[in-house]
Design a protein around this ligand. Structure first.
Ligand SMILES: Nc1ncnc2c1ncn2[C@@H]1O[C@H](COP(=O)(O)OP(=O)(O)O)[C@@H](O)[C@H]1O
Ligand SMILES: [Mg+2]
Length: 244
């Protein structure tokens, strides 16, 4: 694995007296997909927000392609290839679906033409083509999540930060979203994903980190962790013998 494109050292972040992140260190390599799993309130969203400049870093350091995240404007990060799909809806509600996709394409100087990128996004999510003239805010939750992932297809980021992409989705929509994410992974996009659907996340990822009360308590190969009794009991809702 080449040197990490995301490098995180001793990262801390707080909400007043609440210590959401208590010194986390990890890296994401070029082309690598890393899953962060953990219970509600473990600090997963706070990690994503700190890495995208939405939550101040109180100690430690995070760099993306060598740039200090705390000292670089969000816009400059986006142009350099960092795309954050926040928890809930990562879309511009008042804008039409097509405009959302165009803006995602425009953020980054892309090699691919807008038309080619759009054709790919619509091929992956035909539903969005049918809705292309609708304001994003009129879409169902599942369609909005598709739009958020379609924006990543348009944007071709170097690093995609995804917070709970399957939240509120039916199993069928979840399957479609994860198929699109696997294609981005296979195209060489680095992905850091936080996900309640732990088995899906571990199937997608190369590596996984378990976050407990703002600290990493376990990490390793994603396929190995999927069979780890501690992960199975706590996050996969299975007794260890159930999968033997
Ligand atoms: N806006 C906020 N104000 C105060 N505390 C918050 C806020 N957001 C999250 N927290 C607290 O920070 C901790 C981590 O939350 P969060 O990062 O949202 O966890 P997760 O995404 O893993 O469920 C929790 O204790 C949560 O209550
Ligand atoms: Mg969260």
């Amino acid at each position: 694995m080449s040197e990490g494109i995301l490098q995180v050292e001793g990262l801390c972040a707080n909400y007043g007296p609440i210590r959401a992140l208590r010194g986390v260190s990890f890296s994401v390599g070029a082309g690598e997909t890393v899953a962060v799993i953990g219970a509600n309130g473990a600090g997963k969203t706070s990690l994503m927000r700190a890495l995208s400049g939405m939550l101040p870093i109180s100690a430690g350091r995070a760099t993306f392609l060598g740039r200090d995240i705390a000292r670089t404007r969000t816009h400059a990060m986006a142009r350099a290839g960092l795309l954050h799909v926040p928890e809930g809806r990562g879309t511009l509600q008042g804008m039409r679906v097509l405009e959302n996709l165009r803006l995602a394409w425009e953020i980054r100087p892309a090699k691919e033409s807008f038309e080619d990128a759009l054709a790919k996004a619509y091929q992956r999510f035909p539903r969005l083509q049918e809705r292309s003239e609708q304001p994003a805010g009129n879409l169902s939750g599942g369609e909005q999540q598709m739009l958020a992932v379609a924006r990543a297809i348009m944007n071709r980021p170097q690093l995609l930060l995804l917070d709970e992409p399957s939240m509120g989705l039916s199993p069928r929509f979840t399957g479609e979203v994860f198929k699109a994410l696997a294609e981005l992974r296979d195209a060489g996009v680095s992905i850091l994903i936080v996900e309640q659907n732990v088995s899906r996340a571990l199937q997608l990822a190369h590596r996984a980190l378990v976050l407990t009360h703002g600290e990493f308590t376990l990490q390793g190969d994603a396929k190995a962790l999927a069979k780890d009794p501690r992960v199975m009991a706590s996050y996969l809702g299975q007794a260890p013998e159930a999968m033997a």
